[in-house]
Write a protein that binds this ligand. Structure first.
Ligand code: SF4
Length: 376
């Protein structure tokens, strides 16, 4: 291992090297890292939302966040403060100033490099606490098995060799308000570092095998870009590989066959959607790309942007306020934002203020149920 000179770009970008955020996926598919190289990173709407909250936490400023995002921001800060007090009991009450949103690097004599972007790290004496924010819902791996956090501990330790203990914790307020801290000793780090190097080494082998699966393919750019034959084979046969499902009509499926279909449905659906999105893009770039097909323009939606002016014109035409109000629907999210700016309330107080204003003047409608897997 060697300490390498970092350029400014290195400090914020993972460049072409492996990184901690891909640890679990790279461990499952050794060919994933090189297969993704050079492919665009298309972010989902949910990922953009997560990035916005992360950026606000890095700056410690909720400015510009939506109400929902600000609630997650506040909860992350509160949980982090709780973890810090728990991990550094002797310093209770003292203000801790963490280093936020910084990428740390480790390099080896054979030229391989690996990085870890750390959301927040608190250090007191020879102990440090690393906090990783997860701002979306859905469980992440419990901390002891979380390879991303283990990588972060290893890389941070490499940069701060005098530490004797590193605690790591995931702060994910939409999943739990009782995050756990996992503590790595020097011996744990030495062991983990050997495994980390092994993984990074395999990920950089030009002929590393590609092994498809739910976790590793989910965010893999090669899957989205339609360039991975292994993913294609795996996803395309997920439903149709069972001959019985093709030959027997759905009304005659046994309970086991129904379960088999549902087990494979999500991946098959994702494969269809990804391929459809790719073909749409092809037609956008080249209208002659697919014989017999073209892009049909989407429907045009119009929104009234100045209700006051419209009401004035409506009144002048003889309309009444009651008639106008029948055309108005108030979005609960927008109203909540308006109530917040009027009352300056937050969290539960804001919810109570909103409910008080709405009172009984609300109608609820439940969507159709969806099929989910039972937690057994
Ligand atoms: S799509 Fe799946 S199998 Fe292909 S490289 Fe990515 S993770 Fe590996």
């Amino acid at each position: 291992m060697n300490n390498m000179t970092e350029t400014k770009e290195d400090l914020t970008q993972r460049g072409t090297h492996t990184s901690a955020s891909n640890a679990a996926a790279d461990a499952r598919c050794q060919g994933r890292h090189l297969m993704q190289r050079g492919l665009p990173d298309i972010k989902s709407e949910a990922a953009e939302h997560g990035t916005t909250v992360h950026d606000a936490l890095a700056k410690q400023s909720p400015e510009g966040l939506t109400i929902e995002q600000e609630e997650i921001y506040d909860a992350c800060n509160a949980l982090e403060a709780k973890l810090v007090a728990q991990f550094f009991p002797d310093a209770a009450g003292a203000k801790s100033v963490p280093i936020r949103e910084k990428r740390y690097w480790i390099g080896w004599a054979d030229g391989l490099r690996h990085s870890a972007q750390i959301d927040s790290v608190h250090r007191k004496g020879t102990r440090a606490l690393i906090v990783e924010y997860k701002t979306l819902a859905g469980a992440v791996g419990v901390t002891p098995q979380n390879m991303q956090l283990r990588d972060q501990a290893c890389v941070y330790d490499h940069n701060c060799p005098l530490l004797t203990e590193i605690g790591v914790a995931v702060v994910q307020p939409l999943f739990t308000h009782s995050p756990e801290i996992t503590v790595y000793t020097k011996a744990d780090i030495t062991r983990s570092l050997a495994e980390l190097y092994q993984r990074v080494n395999l990920s950089n082998k030009p002929n590393a095998p590609r092994t498809p699966g739910e976790i590793q393919c989910k965010w893999c750019r090669a899957a989205k870009a339609g360039t991975c034959p292994e993913y294609n084979r795996w996803a395309a046969v997920t439903v149709t590989q069972d001959q019985n499902l093709i030959e027997v009509p759905v009304s005659q499926w046994t309970p086991a066959m129904r379960a088999t279909f549902l087990d494979r449905f999500e991946n098959a659906q994702k494969w269809l959607d990804m391929n459809y999105a790719y073909l749409k893009l092809e037609l956008k770039n080249n209208p002659d790309a697919i014989p017999g097909y073209e892009l049909k323009p989407g429907a045009v939606k119009s929104t009234i942007i100045n209700p006051q002016a419209v009401f004035t014109a409506f009144s002048e035409a003889g309309g009444t306020l009651e008639q106008f109000m029948e055309c108005i629907s108030v979005g609960k999210g927008d109203l909540k934002a308006a109530v917040k700016s009027v009352t300056k309330a937050k969290g539960k107080k804001l919810d109570a203020a909103l409910e008080g204003i709405i009172g009984q003047n609300i109608q609820t409608k439940q969507n159709e149920p969806s099929i989910v897997k039972k937690n057994i």
